[in-house]
Design a protein around this ligand. Structure first.
Ligand SMILES: Nc1ncnc2c1ncn2[C@@H]1O[C@H](COP(=O)(O)OP(=O)(O)OP(=O)(O)O)[C@@H](O)[C@H]1O
Length: 293
């Protein structure tokens, strides 16, 4: 018998996990996976539980919830030795990461992947000691993810980000950044934002970093140089189609590690959550975690 720990956000996805729980547990148990559960109670709880599950030597950890819960679970696990593989039941609105990994929508299909032990290694990003799996970034526009009220988010999903984004563009301002990436000369200048992608699915922009691969040991960095509102809107439209790489405002490169500093006050966004502020050291932990996928 294997032992699994299922950490789920009971409020995610119209409380879907509560409904599915008996069937999920029964299916796993029938195939030799004895699963105990923890319903998260609020911020930070999933991180504590995941760290505890690693220490207690569970064979499998499963995170059920939105990207927030997943990020918390990864933060509880990453950096430790002897990590068990991680399963993901995507229950949120965007589920960026699960989409990038091609995780099946049907819970039955996903349980079967866990039962058959189908895993693949993934890179984990680290920024000033905290971890991210999808994307990190900074600059005024990346701050909008904290400002979308969560009730609005669940009501109308991704549209909320775009609405807030349009509202925010009017007050878009550049920041002075110094970017020191391993393998490159120092880049210094005024930027609208910088994004560091680990996977290639970012808030509906599937073509933002089409080359980003989850297991290549590299971060894909996209920085947008100072431009006016019209130019920026044009760039966003181009980015939806993946045509932004030839634009003179776009700096794009891959690196395993980089340091970003600024004389200004710049917040760091990690997987849509607030992750401290610059200066920041961003690095990749190559193939650090096994995911059922
Ligand atoms: N019982 C709970 N009640 C309220 N908030 C919770 C609870 N458990 C966890 N949380 C918090 O809710 C945050 C968001 O959760 P999560 O991302 O799983 O759900 P979501 O908002 O449905 O997903 P998405 O962000 O994709 O819309 C988590 O980061 C966590 O801090």
């Amino acid at each position: 018998m294997k032992r699994a720990r299922l950490i789920y956000n009971p409020t995610s996805g119209r409380e879907e996990m509560r409904r599915l729980l008996p069937d999920v547990l029964e299916r796993l148990d029938r195939h030799g996976i004895e699963t105990s559960c923890h319903a998260t109670t609020g911020e930070g709880d999933a991180t504590r539980e995941a760290a505890e599950a690693v220490s207690r030597g569970y064979d499998i950890i499963i995170a059920a919830g939105g990207d927030g819960t997943l990020n918390e679970v990864v933060n509880g696990m990453a950096g430790k030795d002897n990590l068990p593989p991680l399963g993901i039941f995507p229950l949120g609105t965007t589920n960026d990461f699960a989409r990038a990994m091609g995780i099946p929508r049907r819970w039955e299909d996903y349980c079967d992947l866990v039962i058959e032990n189908k895993t693949r290694p993934i890179d984990i990003g680290r920024a000033n000691g905290r971890h991210f799996i999808n994307i990190a970034g900074g600059g005024s526009l990346t701050e909008l993810t904290y400002e979308v009220p969560s009730r609005l988010k669940t009501l109308i999903g991704q549209l909320a980000y775009y609405m807030k984004g349009i509202e925010k563009m009017a007050s878009l301002s550049p920041t002075q950044l110094i970017i020191q990436a391993e393998g490159y000369e120092v880049i210094e200048g005024e930027f609208m934002l910088f994004l560091i992608a680990n996977s290639n699915s970012v808030g509906g922009f599937e073509k933002l970093a089409p080359d980003a691969s989850i297991d290549d040991g590299m971060l894909d960095v996209i920085a947008v140089k100072k431009c006016n509102l019209a130019e920026f809107i044009r760039l966003v439209t181009m980015a939806l189609r993946g045509d932004h790489f030839n634009d003179p405002h776009v700096v794009y490169f891959k690196t395993p590690r980089m340091e970003v500093t600024s004389p200004g006050h710049v917040l760091i966004n990690l997987d849509g959550e607030l992750g401290g502020e610059l200066p920041g050291v961003f690095e990749i932990l190559p193939q650090h975690l096994q995911i059922f996928a």
